[in-house]
Design a protein around this ligand. Sequence first.
Ligand code: DC
Length: 231
Amino acid sequence: MTSAAAGSKGLIIAIDGPSGAGKSSVTHALAERLGYVHIDTGAMFRVVALMVQRNGIDPVDEAAVAEVCQGLVIEFDPAGGSKRVFANGEDVSALIRSPEISLLTSQVAALPQVRQALLTMQRQLGRQGGVVLEGRDIGTVVFPDADLKFFLTATPEERGRRRYEELSAKGVAVDLQQTVVEVMQRDQQDMMREHAPLRRAADAVEIDSTGLAPEEVLAVMLAEARGREGQ
Ligand code: DC
């Protein structure tokens, strides 16, 4: 596996952690500040789920789901742009964020053949460097030799509260306690999964974002990244 430190385009930075730890916004901001490409690997699994739904495929039929990945082209806007995601040239950014797709995504993300197909794509997208990849297994499986790794966490209560506020702002009627329970259930699923479970890489810098503003998290990451870029 290539380490990007030697490449001219920049570092390979991995950001892993559970849902609701604030990965997405901080990854986007970090990529923008460094002039890197932001690769949201969760969005890639979501695209597969969208295609499974559209084609009426049974999500437990692994061979059929894996076939969906063949020839599927997933692209991201270049650094500095929006968070848009394209599947075979179509902008699917909004479609992949529905609650139905979120649910279906965790099912397809557990399938080894799907993980393998996306692993190949993720390595191709990232290997030249100048990238910030966010996900669950970037520092452990996708780029174990990444130049810089972060593991971003927050307490389940904090992550549940953030999710609750996000949904409430969208006008969705939700219960705070229930949201916290769901966050903990999802953690269990992600950590107990057989293939590429969520865990912190031994060499990852752990940041607990509980009580921290996004700018504070970003400042820590930027300082680490600039230190490595200069090496
Ligand atoms: O980060 P997210 O909520 O968009 O992730 C969607 C789903 O994909 C979630 O169930 C976790 C899973 N996922 C994964 O298994 N591996 C990754 N590298 C990224 C996401």
